[in-house]
Design a protein around this ligand. Sequence first.
Ligand SMILES: *[C@@H]1O[C@H](CO)[C@@H](O)[C@H](O)[C@H]1NC(C)=O
Ligand SMILES: *[C@@H]1O[C@H](CO)[C@@H](O)[C@H](O)[C@H]1NC(C)=O
Length: 244
Amino acid sequence: MKIPNIFGLGLFLGFVSFTNSIDLKSDTFLVKNVIITDINSMIIQAYRMNKFHCFQTCLSDPYCFYVKYEGKKCSFFTQYAQIQLDPSSEKIIYQKNNLEPKTCLKNSSVFWSLKKNACLPCLPAFIKYSESPHYCYHSQSVERNFFQTNSYCQSKGGFIYTPKAQNERNPFKHILDKSAFVNSTVTTLGEIFKWPDGSVVTGFTNSKEPDHLFPIECCLGIINGLVFDLPCDMTRGLTICQHE
Ligand SMILES: *[C@@H]1O[C@H](CO)[C@@H](O)[C@H](O)[C@H]1NC(C)=O
Ligand SMILES: *[C@@H]1O[C@H](CO)[C@@H](O)[C@H](O)[C@H]1NC(C)=O
């Protein structure tokens, strides 16, 4: 069989399994009788996009997990989208079928890579928690400020803890006597704390946080799964690094 090599074999195979069953179960996407109830999990919305292009784009975006295709409107949502079962829904929501095997989920020294769609080993000293199966984490009870945490995590091959979603906060939520820095900083007065991908940081310790004591509090710490702003040169008793 001659295979056009414009997209490479991986995408071509994805195309085959998808078109085989465009509106049914397939290897690539599952049809869901659900509605998505929160708009915050939407990554992007495109108008006048054909169905094939819509699904192909989701496949190549590691953060796209749900696709909604309605009319010619294509919307992508993250895996953290809140979904509600709705048998009467018009089957316009598709879920990426990552086919994560149980052997990967159960083994804490491997993780399911959304970027590679494969079960990969964690770096040395990192482990996977079942609550957050797409990353590996390394933690240490050592006093470090933000800059020290940053270089320490880089020396281990990872980056500072980036717990964007609730489930990514759960592995360290029970540690109540120490806090850790997370991967978000501000550089100007009144700037909103964002994650490296541009999404807004939510889940602060209380409604007064962040209190933006600029130029002092330019970093974020986390304790009990909740974040608060603090000076970057202050030390925290817990260091958490992660990697995909
Ligand atoms: C977990 O995965 C590692 C790395 O692939 C492997 O060496 C180890 O045997 C696995 N452990 C179990 C219990 O399957
Ligand atoms: C923040 O996370 C990104 C990856 O999402 C990483 O490339 C970057 O180095 C991290 N920044 C810090 C300061 O750790």
